[in-house]
Design a protein around this ligand. Structure first.
Ligand code: PMM
Length: 283
């Protein structure tokens, strides 16, 4: 899953694609580099970010979703708002990526149920302006698992088919580098398969990587964390992740193929020893 943030202020690529035409071109580039899905977002969720209005969010994402879908791209919309999700689905999105797991907008469950599209349900404890103060855990892995299961059950009670749901531990959201929360979740990623749904991992260019690689001069710049992101992808794919959400697609698509070839021990390659085109399937 390649990321197109149509925002002026996102974590690592804020401003770069803040224009419909550039955003669409970037989305098409990501598909050429190997993305199966392009995730279009119009609201930054970086720690401390303030919300934008639904009108502004729609103005940013709707034309990009429509244009990419018209080019045959499988488009995901990264939104916490049912209204934005609905308009994006009408414009051709096939997946709703809701970082709030249905908590930010009570109308989201109904929309996901009635539209029948795939739904990424992420672990979330609150909006960006104060989410890091909610990063208080006794056992981060168990608590994230329990909270994801509760949210999944709430969505199912509201009419969502379990087959629509993809789960995401929400790296960086109410998880702090100082406590090692993100690494604990990655170490125990296999336990998330126990919830019975595909798992998405989204560590690309996040602070826990820039902190890991930083030195006395401070954190490594986010845009210099793509090799580390690809390393996370290799390990996540090897542990059975369904998808990774990344900014720089090519090295991560390569990493997924390496992990697949490694796991298969050479089976499934063509006569020249090449990987077959990637097809991870849809949930
Ligand atoms: N992280 C960001 C945005 N959307 N969606 C999912 N499902 N999981 C995530 O962890 C996630 C997300 C923030 O990252 P960005 O601003 O670098 O895109």
């Amino acid at each position: 899953m390649g990321v197109v943030n149509v925002t002026p202020d996102s974590f690592s690529d804020g401003g770069a694609w803040f224009d419909t035409e550039r955003a669409v071109r970037h989305g098409l580039d990501l598909v050429r580099e190997g993305a199966d899905i392009v995730d279009v977002g119009g609201e930054s969720t970086r720690p401390g970010a303030q919300r934008v209005s639904a009108e502004e969010e729609l103005r940013r994402v709707e034309p990009v979703v429509r244009e990419l879908a018209a080019h045959g791209v499988a488009v995901s919309v990264d939104t916490m708002r049912a209204e934005v999700a609905e308009r994006a689905v009408d414009a051709g999105a096939v997946l709703v990526n809701d970082v709030s797991g249905g908590l930010a907008d009570p109308a989201m469950a109904r929309l996901v149920a009635s539209s029948g599209v795939a739904y990424v349900l992420m672990h979330w404890r609150g909006h960006s302006h104060d989410m890091q103060s909610r990063a208080v855990y006794t056992d981060v892995v168990q608590e994230v698992l329990d909270e994801l299961r509760d949210r999944m059950e709430a969505m199912i009670s509201a009419g969502v088919d379990p087959g629509q749901i993809v789960l995401d531990p929400g790296l960086g959201f109410s998880k702090v580098p100082e406590q090692g929360h993100n690494w604990a979740l990655l170490q125990e990623l296999a336990r998330f398969h126990g919830l019975g749904r595909p798992v998405l991992v989204a560590g690309s260019r996040k602070r826990f990587l820039s902190r890991l690689l930083g030195g006395a001069e401070g954190d490594r710049p986010f845009t210099e964390c793509d090799a580390a992101t690809a390393a996370v992808t290799t390990l996540a794919a090897h542990q059975g992740a369904w998808a990774v959400r990344v900014h720089d697609v090519r090295p991560n698509a390569d990493a997924v193929r390496v992990a697949a070839a490694w796991s298969a021990g050479g089976r499934g390659l063509d006569a020249a020893g090449r990987a077959e085109p990637l097809d991870r399937g849809r949930p």
